[in-house]
Write a protein that binds this ligand. Sequence first.
Ligand code: PLP
Length: 218
Amino acid sequence: MVNQKALKEISIICETHNAHLVAVTKNRTLEEIKELYDLGYTVFAENRVQDLLEKKEILANDIEWHLIGHLQRNKVKYIVPFVKLIHSIDSISLTKEINKEAFKIDKTIDCLLQFHIAQEESKFGIKTENLDNFMQEYKQLKLSNIKIRGIMGMASFTENQNLIKKEFKQLKDIFDKLKNQYFQQEDFNILSMGMSGDYKIALEYGSTLVRVGSALFK
Ligand SMILES: *Cc1c(COP(=O)(O)O)cnc(C)c1O
């Protein structure tokens, strides 16, 4: 069930920071998602392509779907026709694949570069030390059907608030560097960071979009 009190509180905090709330609906029932929809929320995120496709098929047409999980190249073609924002670009080959599929249907896809800043080894993302190499390669490709709108990252899963702050600061610095050096356009303006456990800290550090799942439900 939707926790309406929490939903309202989180929405207000986001508004205060001029940030967007994206509701993460992974592992949630269709009833729960419909409940959110009926409360006026229409921007949802999934981390698996299969789940995204199944839910999109059944739920309302005006929902904006984001993909926040790792994306395999062979699944790109299934989401390109409708996905609103891909948060999880972490390789040049994936970038090329998205561009290729978007070109085929004459679309431009909004995407974020995902950076790996957390201490856990298992998380996907571009490593900070590879940022310049990635960008050199990216620039040369001159892709016309992909638009990089900003970056995404996850902090370590920890109780250590100082570590979380340090990691969000690092993400904000990466965002600023990319904006200054590579993406001077007005619409490079999405810093996707913050989840149920750490969205308040993320907002303090300049997040413009939080991805909150479990805290919205009870
Ligand atoms: C699951 C997930 C979230 C939301 O996590 P909660 O702790 O449930 O808020 C956010 N971002 C990504 C990439 C996720 O996989």
